[in-house]
Ligand binder design. Structure first.
Ligand code: ADP
Ligand code: MG
Length: 705
């Protein structure tokens, strides 16, 4: 049996099981072996019930001889109890509280292994386990009954790997099949280049795979639990190494392509100076230099501009736009929401129109005839800057000479959408802006095909935003604070709770809150309601009025989450802040504190989960976007944080971008050193072929090498 042998060749895997495995993308023996245990149990201590001692952790294998419920049928509040006998003089009692699920698992006569801490049950005067781990010892087809064969001994009497069940395939089945695969395999070399293995001292693959599934005796279980054994490290490194090689090869290929070579002449420099309304920060200057450098090269730019909310990314995009415009090209700016597009349009117009450029907006709504008129202007090249939502990528939008594409808030757009916009020009340069600050190596991996520039400095004169957590009961004190601020001439955002199920519900809730505030609490102030269901002219009108100070309080759903820029708005009240994610809260808070006046963010909450409490605590404690992103990443996990499919984040099978960050760093530097070095030319071909063969499917690294 080889690694690439289909899993159906394993004894015990028929068409049905193969199908279940497929749901986890397990097709071959190799796929199975890379399906690692998510934890381990030390079942070395398997004991007779009569020999058990209190407070020890032990494994007991026995037969279920009775099950019952106290009080009968009260699964949600009651205690579910089973008695276990192993033929010794005593019996073991196992108990579960709130036992809806467990109740359905056990039947008399089953043989089960229980693993847990032994307690003396004072009520029944017997040994007991509360909420033990358990594993039903059913036999596998073709193995006969549970007995004393080598395969049966896999499951007790040693450190045992525990796998996440896949559909009906429980940990025991997976364990047995994995053992069979390991026993049947003929190993053929190691995919990690020899030189890398020697330099890093990593285990070879076959040893790592054996150990990671079936640890030898006397292993440090703690290392296993934290995925830090030499075997884990080897497998995690391997996955990152090939991923990083794939990305590097892809980037290298992109650099060889020919796009537009913009010239950086005195004109564009002069123009930029003219339009800049303030002195750029050092960070802004640095990233502009990086962007301008890209634009002046013949290879198409693919750059991510990362910077915390309010760090001033937009002006950098405007500067880049000027370079393209001065070279006679058009610029497209794509934003995730209509409000943000409008906002950008306002900003770009105010700076670029006085300099003689024509700026036009294109969103999904609006009169068809008007839209058609604008499209014609774009196609003729009369409009040089086009700002819009995803309407920009609709098929009938044609550009005269598209040179630069700016995409704001990348995480809202799929990678594919970016590509569609690109196809509208002759390999235009691309600048992607995001306000999710994540560590550099992580960014370089997640946004694999992009170079990264980071603005790590806020414009001068910003004051830290005072952030307070207030529980619902004290909501009135918040109202009087808001009143005070409005009387001082400030403006206030009130954001409605996040309602997941339906937009209709969210709008309804927002309307209710608005009515209450406008009619009961602040009848003497001008209050407006903004939500996604409004017509875009209405939205624009409201935003304009707010900007001009005609409105004092803006009640809103999260449509204002990204990008709104009103310096006089200094108070952000978030209702039911516990319903929001951490990054969202940070974004919302970023709407205030945009001028030099002291700003406030008030997080109103009802009762909350521990997780929500940690989000709120983090918000109160820090304003550092990196720290916030890091906590968010930890609380939500990388998959949800990045929206795996959307960002094009590869699905990793062994490694974890958060847990294994240090290994990611080292794999990345090893990979780039390996690729740069000319003496590896031949090895690199092998690596490229390996990635092509094995990883294409999972990583979508189209045509590497
Ligand atoms: P973000 O990075 O969140 O998109 P913006 O580009 O909206 O931030 O900038 C936030 C605010 O700061 C804007 O009003 C912008 O005009 C202002 N700003 C940006 N850079 C500077 C600077 N160097 N000096 C002063 N104000 C600046
Ligand atoms: Mg922005």
């Amino acid at each position: 049996m080889k690694l690439e042998t289909p899993i159906t060749y394993l004894k015990g895997v028929g068409p049905q099981r193969a199908k279940i495995f497929q749901s986890k993308s397990i097709f071959t023996v190799e796929d199975l072996l890379y399906y690692l245990p998510f934890r381990y149990e030390d079942r070395g201590n398997t004991k007779c019930i009569s020999a058990l001692e209190t407070k020890e952790t032990a494994t007991v294998v026995g037969e279920v001889i009775a099950t019952r419920m106290f009080p009968a049928r009260r699964a949600r509040t009651g205690v579910f109890e089973i008695r276990v006998s192993d033929g010794s003089s005593q019996q073991l009692v196992c108990k579960w509280f709130r036992s809806d699920y467990v109740r359905t698992v056990f039947e008399n006569g089953m043989t089960v292994a229980f693993y847990g801490k032994i307690e003396w049950d004072t009520f029944s005067q017997e040994m007991s386990m509360v909420h033990p781990q358990y594993e039903i010892q059913e036999a596998l087809p073709g193995v006969g009954n549970v007995g004393d064969s080598a395969e049966d001994r896999l499951h007790t009497g040693r450190v045992v790997p525990i796998y996440q069940a896949i559909g009906r395939l429980n940990t025991r089945v997976i364990r047995t099949l994995t053992r069979r695969a390991l026993d049947a395999i003929e190993w053929q070399g190691d995919p990690l280049p020899e030189s890398i293995r020697r330099r890093t001292g990593l285990l070879c693959r076959d040893e790592a795979l054996r150990e990671v599934h079936f640890p030898s005796d006397n292993t440090n279980l703690e290392l296993f639990e934290t995925f830090r054994t030499p075997s884990h490290v080897r497998l995690i490194f391997e996955e990152f190494f090939f991923l990083e090689c794939g990305l590097a090869l892809k980037r290298r290929k992109a650099r060889r392509e020919t796009g537009i070579t913009f010239s950086l002449n005195e004109n564009s420099r002069e123009k930029i100076k003219q339009i800049l309304p303030f002195k750029p920060t050092t960070a802004q200057k640095r990233v502009l230099a990086e962007i301008a450098g890209d634009m002046a090269r013949s290879a198409p730019m693919n750059r991510l501009l990362q910077g915390d909310v309010g760090s001033g990314k937009t002006i950098v995009a405007v500067e880049a736009a000027v370079i393209a415009l001065e070279n006679g090209y058009q610029v497209a700016v794509m934003a995730p929401t209509e409000i943000l597009a409008t906002q950008h349009a306002f900003y770009f117009k105010s700076l670029l129109e006085p300099a003689g450029y024509e700026v036009v907006t294109l969103t999904g709504s609006g009169r068809a005839s008007e839209k058609q008129k604008r499209k014609t202007l774009i196609a003729d090249g009369k409009s040089q800057v086009v700002i819009g939502t995803h309407a920009l990528i609709s098929e009938d939008v044609k550009f005269h000479k598209l040179g630069l594409v700016v995409v704001d808030e990348q995480h809202r757009f799929g990678v594919m959408q970016r590509f569609e916009l690109l196809a509208k020009g002759e390999r235009p340069d691309v600048l992607v802006m995001t306000a999710t600050p994540i560590p550099r190596t992580l960014a370089l991996t997640v946004y694999g095909d992009l170079d990264v520039s980071i603005i790590d400095e806020l414009p001068p004169g910003r004051r830290p935003i005072v952030t307070r957590h207030v529980t619902e009961e004290l909501a009135e004190s918040v109202q009087s604070f808001v009143r005070e601020q409005v009387q001082k001439g400030r403006q206030v955002y009130v954001v409605c709770p996040l309602i997941d199920e339906s937009e209709t519900k969210a709008v309804k809730a927002a309307r209710k809150l608005y009515q209450h505030l406008a009619e009961v609490v602040f009848p003497d102030f001008r209050v407006a309601l903004l939500h996604g269901r409004l017509k875009s002219v209405e939205k624009e009108k409201i935003m304009e009025n707010f900007k001009e100070g005609l409105l004092q309080i803006l009640v809103s759903t999260t449509v204002i989450e990204v990008g709104v820029d009103v310096a006089n708005a200094t108070v952000m009240v978030i209702e039911h802040a516990e319903t929001f994610g951490l990054s969202q809260l940070h974004q919302l808070r970023g709407r205030v504190g945009r001028g030099s006046t002291q700003s406030y963010c008030i997080l109103l909450t009802g009762p909350m989960s521990e997780n929500a409490a940690e989000r709120i605590r983090t918000m109160v404690e820090t304003q550092d976007g990196f720290r916030i992103a890091e906590t968010d990443l930890r609380l939500r996990g990388p998959g949800e944080f990045f929206g795996t499919r959307q960002s094009g984040l590869p699905s990793l099978r062994v490694a974890n971008l958060v847990r294994d960050r240090a290994l990611l760093e080292s794999a990345r530097s090893e990979a780039s050193a390996y690729i740069e070095s000319p003496e590896n030319a031949r090895g690199l071909q092998v690596v490229a072929r390996y990635i092509q063969d094995k990883w294409q499917r999972r990583y979508g690294l189209v045509k590497v090498g």
